[in-house]
Design a protein around this ligand. Structure first.
Ligand code: F6P
Length: 256
């Protein structure tokens, strides 16, 4: 505690919590843009928050990304003493297989000796495919589990970085740039005011569903994500817990 106060981390945490109006902010030392090991610290901090929030039965919906993959690596069998079921929050969203929510859930289940469900649906679907897909019994069943999640763990990304990392069509790319998107979470792109300027149509958790979720933990760090985090937090449910690093936090406070 003393060490943390000397480095000003507690001050950063309380300042961010009140500026963003969310439930809790945890800041780990360092900047994950510069030092890759900081992502493991984000993972550890997320695991600690999870531990405090688990009940006897938990459906945990998880998004993809390298930060969520780092969270998965920090989980231990001790978590599995509670009843856990990991489900991908949404369809793949065009991510590399290592960063896909399906993969992250499989690792989380493995590390905690728990169960997981896969959700193999196309990344970006047309409205016709969407309508017929959700009538498929297997998809319908997993969708039901996703919608009844008691905990959601998710990443936040820089809009352009994410649009480039996914197979975004030139038209959508143009729209994302023209509408000044700065942040992305759950397939939604946000401008600096926190308005949704583009949405990837995929099957799974939608932003509105978050109001039903008891525990929401957002994990995102690195100075380059400050704008994205600020934008998304304007939309985020007030119950959100943000796990971030000093790199992002220092940039974030400058904007308030
Ligand atoms: O694509 C899934 C996702 O969680 C996005 O919603 C988010 O922007 C991104 O991954 C974060 O990825 P990373 O942790 O690798 O920066």
């Amino acid at each position: 505690r003393v060490m943390r106060d000397l480095t000003g981390i507690s001050t950063l945490e309380s300042r961010l919590k009140s500026e963003m109006g969310i439930a809790r902010v945890v800041v780990v030392p360092g900047d994950s843009d510069v030092s890759p090991w900081v992502k493991n610290e984000l993972g550890n901090a997320c695991a600690t928050s999870m531990k405090h929030r688990l009940s006897s039965d938990n459906i945990i919906a998880v998004t993809g990304g390298t930060t969520m993959a780092a969270v998965a690596e920090t989980l231990t069998p001790e978590f599995g003493e509670k009843n856990l079921l990991f489900v991908p929050a949404r369809g793949g969203l065009g991510e590399d297989v290592n960063n896909q929510a399906n993969t992250v859930c499989a690792i989380m289940a493995d590390k905690t000796n728990s169960r997981h469900r896969v959700f193999y649906v196309p990344d970006q679907v047309s409205s016709e495919i969407y309508e017929s897909f959700i009538k498929e019994p297997l998809i319908y069943e997993v969708l039901g589990l996703i919608k009844s999640a008691s905990m959601v763990l998710h990443g936040i990304g820089d809009a352009i970085t994410m649009a480039e990392r996914r197979s975004t069509s030139p038209e959508d790319m143009e729209k994302i740039i023209r509408r000044n998107a700065v942040g992305e979470a759950f397939g939604y792109y946000f401008n600096e005011a926190g308005e949704i300027v583009h949405k990837v149509l995929t099957i799974g958790l939608q932003l509105d569903d978050l109001t039903e979720v008891d525990t929401i933990i957002a994990v995102a760090g690195g100075a380059s994500k400050a704008k994205a985090i600020r934008a998304y937090m304007k939309q985020a449910p007030r119950s959100t817990i943000l796990i971030t690093d000093e790199g992002a936090a220092k940039n974030l406070v400058q904007g308030f």
